[in-house]
Design a protein around this ligand. Structure first.
Ligand code: ADP
Length: 500
């Protein structure tokens, strides 16, 4: 048994990837599923469709049947915070899943904030009080589905994030489990005790009986029902997607950080075995929990996390909003056709600003234009804006953790852009390192499962598999970098509060 089968259950598609013992992907299948928008600000998924697409791609990758015999374990990584409530008897969801992007519980969060619970919640959970997380979504389901709260109190219902939902289905209802990386995104989980917290449950009015059992991120948590694949396959990891990518980037030591340049940007910094409470509006989260040779009995790795809402999406806007490029890849040549931005700044606050500013009323701003400004300057300013936002969260992470970060590992669609990566190194003042394998999310989950079943013996083993495609060295003088960031912060000031 020489392979790990990773399930990467994302926001828009379900994927299955078969990895060999060298950490190379040998087969992949992907299936998109419906995005449901019942009202402005609401986003739902059909949980059954999530399961069905996931099962289909799993079976695709396992064909021919001989492949099944080569699978040592299944690994699960998933879109985080998305909330499913189902009937323990029938296994059927009571409603569509409420997706992480859904804003229907903003009012509930505002009310909790006005009652003064923000600090209490941040201290216990490491999170900001926001509709993004699962807790208020679950409360909404219990309050709005007729009879749900009474049934939940009688122990008839099960709550889970997508990892729990997939394991429930893979085991035909034998296991109702989650891991600390997913649990730490619910507002119900205490980061310090690593357990569901009665005070948080009471505050959000969640009955304990709906909650899954929290298991390590790496370890055999259950076996698939034999009727599904002809034999019982161990399920040996569960981990949220961004934490999985951090593991897949081999950020095993405190002070190692990765940034994923997708639609948004997600930066995670390994802060070691203690949670660091942020003074700079970052999130504190569990990275992963696993057995380590030296650890007794389980070691929990924590991370600081920051998200930038408009990362690669800024480039989509150049393509679809402004029509100045016809594909995202074209932005690099257009931006490189001018030597600099000629003092033009684009603040892509199209949906407000995330970490470390958190201004929901900020709006997009393009400033500094003159008669000489061209679409090339705007394209270049858009790339710079991605790198400058990332530089700001990088700086906040260094301040919060007290760690001088030596480099930034990168992945995601826009990390293919060499010009953007060079800008990033210049604005950070540390090297930016792009690995050969950028499928880091599925790979991280596969590594955690492989460690649990002995396919890899240690993180050292894995670290040797991680290999560099290209390293971007900073080439900007520090005085120039300071001036650049100062000018960017002036532009940011002008974008803040516009919609208020
Ligand atoms: P997600 O997982 O969020 O869907 P991906 O990792 O697939 O995102 O990356 C897609 C994003 O990267 C898109 O927003 C796209 O605009 C951006 N992108 C893709 N290629 C490039 C490029 N060469 N330069 C800049 N941005 C790019």
């Amino acid at each position: 048994m020489t392979h790990i089968l990773a399930l990467d259950q994302g926001t828009t598609s379900s994927r299955a990837i078969l990895f060999n013992a060298q950490g190379q992907s040998v087969r992949t299948a992907q299936s998109e599923f419906k995005q449901i928008f019942p009202q402005p600000g609401w986003v739902e998924h059909d949980a059954l469709e999530i399961w069905q697409t996931q099962l289909r791609v799993l079976k695709d990758v396992l064909t021919p049947a001989a492949t099944t015999d080569s699978v040592a374990a299944i690994a699960i990584t998933n879109q985080r915070e998305t909330t499913v409530l189902w009937d323990r008897q029938t296994g059927l969801p009571l409603a569509n899943a409420i997706v992480w992007q859904d804003r229907r519980t903003v009012e509930h969060c505002n009310a909790l904030r006005q009652q003064g619970h923000q600090t209490f919640i941040q201290e216990k959970t490491g999170l900001v009080l926001d509709a993004y997380f699962s807790g208020t979504k679950l409360a909404w389901l219990l309050d709005n589905i007729p009879g749900a709260r009474t049934r939940a109190e009688r122990g008839e219902l099960a709550f889970g994030t997508v990892d729990s939902w997939l394991v429930w289905n893979l085991t035909k209802g034998q296991a109702h489990v989650t891991d600390p990386s997913n649990a730490s995104r619910t507002l119900l989980f205490n980061l310090h005790t690593l357990a569901w917290d009665d005070e948080l449950l009471a505050l959000l009015r969640i009955p304990r009986s709906v909650l899954p059992t929290v298991m390590p991120s790496s370890g055999i948590v259950a076996h698939t029902d034999p009727s599904l694949f002809g034999r019982a396959i161990p399920i040996a990891s569960m981990i949220g997607d961004q934490q999985a990518a951090t593991f897949g980037q081999a950020c095993f030591e405190p002070g190692m950080a990765k940034n994923t340049y997708g639609t948004g940007c997600f930066m995670l910094l390994n802060t070691g075995h203690q949670p660091v409470v942020s003074q700079n509006k970052l999130l504190t989260t569990v990275g992963w929990q696993r057995l380590e040779a030296s650890a007794q009995p389980l070691a929990t790795t924590y991370c600081l996390e920051a998200s930038v809402f408009m990362g690669g999406a800024t480039i989509q806007w150049l393509r679809d909003g402004l029509n100045i490029i016809s594909s995202a890849a074209e932005v690099e040549a257009l931006a490189a056709s001018v030597p600099d931005v000629a003092d033009t700044y684009l603040v892509p606050a199209f949906t407000g600003l995330g970490a470390p500013i958190w201004d929901g009323n900020a709006r997009g701003t393009l400033i500094g234009m003159t008669r000489g400004t061209t679409k090339a300057h705007i394209a270049r300013a858009a790339l710079e804006a991605i790198a400058l936002q990332v530089a700001d969260v990088f700086d906040a992470m260094a301040k919060d953790s007290g760690i001088a970060l030596a480099e930034l590992r990168v992945d995601g669609g826009a990390s293919k852009n060499d010009l953007l990566m060079q800008m990033q190194a210049d604005f950070l003042g540390v090297p930016v390192v792009r690995p050969n394998v950028t499928e880091t999310t599925a790979l991280g989950a596969a590594y955690l499962a492989g460690l649990a079943v002995g396919l890899w013996s240690s993180t050292k083993d894995i670290a040797t598999q991680w290999s560099v495609d290209r390293r971007f060295e900073p080439s900007m003088a520090s005085a120039d970098r300071d001036a650049k960031l100062a000018r960017w912060h002036q532009a940011l000031e002008r974008a803040k509060g516009w919609a208020s």
